[in-house]
Design a protein around this ligand. Structure first.
Ligand code: GLU
Length: 486
């Protein structure tokens, strides 16, 4: 029998040693979230299927969130795997599940409720929550005007939280939360008068406004907010820290601004009237020429929607337009260009599109090899509009200013200088209406975005496709039986 006094210290030492060993082995064995992602070689991201976040076009996956998170995955050296959730509640549920996606990149606002479930990253996009109403109805101007209105918002959204807070102060406000719809549906419902009001973030409205000619901003509800990525609270800090350094880096090196420019830089180009007109022309005019755009785009290896977007910018898809400066037809070709491209009758829509396609492919081919996509496309458009010589002048001006002559964001700042003597007198090709290609490119990018979104195959089988536009390429789909439209 061991004397007790002898047993206790030895036992305690043993216990401490075992405990330390277990703790140490736990530290050694359990990788951090970031290590796990790197070991798996896969970054699993959850998002929403919406034009402002993630969607697929004929070239594959695209969208602001997608592009940003793709660059993050590239930085980590891992493969990106995107998952989409049907609604916001499901998105947060999925994140809590063991083995679920580690990151949400879905245009999310950091609300108080959500902070109980996830850790938010540094911000990457400033937005404002906006109350949306239908043109022709009386315009609400403050929160008091929400009383007595049929209001629907996304279930579990930051906007539902905002309305809940307002209702505490003013119980007469009624609203519905729906988990069967996306932002596009909410805007359509306002557009068609099924509901009176909705509340969405300004970036979502900007992306979608063109499909819904009747929607208008009533007022901004509260302060501006910021969209952020989110990681589940159950994870350690390794991934969120890595995300924050990445976001800080892309903020500093201009990549974030370039992405914003690509997706949002041109959204205010159309305005309400333009949006309405475009929606009409999409239905009435494009179907007559779509085949030609497709045929000749394929032949010249350009995206037909880009070609169609150029056609809209040039003539609003009208084949017999003639300008005072002598350019004519659907693609507004000059006499010289038409001749060089083998076009005998510029007012013939088919010939005009063929000539335009050939000319666009030609100017793109002439560009400096140092200009890479997507900038290459924007440079080609600018060159199509103003000519390669003037574009090179602007690139030289950019270089002199210490800017990047191969980035559209930088060169477009220089182009307007070509119309100021102080600058153009020092250039090789002299005066040019340099502001013109800037708006030319911005407009075309806007039309191109719309055509890309309207003509995406994955709308098939999704609820978001219940568009009010009968446009070519839109697959109208009925919502599932158990999710009747509101
Ligand atoms: N940003 C919203 C949210 O955080 C999602 C929908 C929207 O952008 O309108 O809940």
């Amino acid at each position: 029998m061991f004397p007790q006094s002898d047993f206790r210290p030895r036992c305690a030492k043993w216990l401490i040693a075992t405990g330390l060993f277990l703790m140490l082995s736990a530290c050694v064995d359990k990788p951090t979230t970031l290590e796990r992602v790197k070991e798996d070689g896969v970054l699993r991201v959850i998002t929403r299927n919406s034009p402002a976040t993630y969607f697929q076009d004929r070239n594959g996956e695209t969208g602001f969130e997608y592009e940003l998170v793709k660059r993050f995955a590239e930085d980590l050296g891992v493969e990106l795997k995107i998952e989409t959730s049907d609604n916001l509640d499901e998105l947060f549920d999925q994140m809590q599940k063991p083995g679920g996606p580690v990151l949400a990149a879905a245009g999310l606002i950091d609300t108080e409720q959500r902070k109980k479930q996830v850790r938010f990253s540094h911000p990457y996009l400033d937005v404002t929550p906006q109350v949306i109403y239908r043109n022709g109805q009386s315009r609400p101007t403050d929160a008091g005007d929400l009383v007595g209105k049929r209001i629907t918002v996304l279930k579990g959204s930051s906007h539902a939280e905002q309305l809940a807070a307002l209702k505490l102060k003013n119980p007469a406000i009624e609203y519905e939360e729906s988990d069967a719809v996306e932002v596009v549906d909410l805007l359509r419902m306002v557009d068609e008068g099924q509901i009176d009001l909705t509340l969405v973030d300004s970036n979502e409205l900007a992306m979608n406004q063109v499909y819904f000619p009747n929607v208008r901003v009533a007022f901004d509800l509260g302060e501006g907010r910021q969209q952020r990525w989110a990681v589940a609270l159950g994870e350690d800090n390794s991934l969120i820290n890595e995300i924050n350094s990445f976001l800080d880096k892309v903020q500093k090196n201009g990549m974030l601004q370039r992405l914003k420019d690509r997706y949002y830089g041109h959204v205010d180009v159309l305005g309400y009237v333009g949006a309405y007109t475009f929606a009409q022309h999409l239905q009435e005019r494009l179907p007559k020429y779509e085949k030609h755009f497709q045929t000749f785009a394929k032949k010249e290896q350009v995206d037909w929607r880009l070609l169609a977007a150029i056609g809209y910018q040039e003539s609003m898809w009208q084949p017999s337009v003639t300008s005072k400066t002598g350019v004519r037809g659907l693609m507004m070709l000059t006499q010289n260009t038409a001749q060089a491209m083998g076009v005998s009758n510029r007012l013939d829509a088919k010939q005009s599109i063929q000539g335009g396609a050939k000319y666009f492919a030609y100017v793109k081919d002439q560009l400096d090899d140092k200009i890479k996509e997507p900038d290459r496309t924007w440079f080609a458009l600018a060159s199509y509009n103003i000519g390669g010589g003037h574009l090179d002048d602007a690139r030289k001006l950019a270089e002199n200013e210490g800017l990047n002559p191969n980035k559209w964001l930088d060169v477009k700042k220089m182009l307007p200088r070509l119309s100021q003597k102080k600058w153009y007198s020092k250039t090789r090709y002299g005066y040019a209406r340099g502001g013109e290609p800037v708006s030319f490119v911005a407009n075309i990018r806007r039309y191109y975005d719309i055509l890309t979104w309207v003509n995406q195959p994955q709308l098939e089988g999704s609820q978001v496709a219940e568009s009010n536009l009968h446009v070519p390429g839109v697959n109208k789909v009925k919502p599932p039986e158990d999710n009747p439209p509101l």
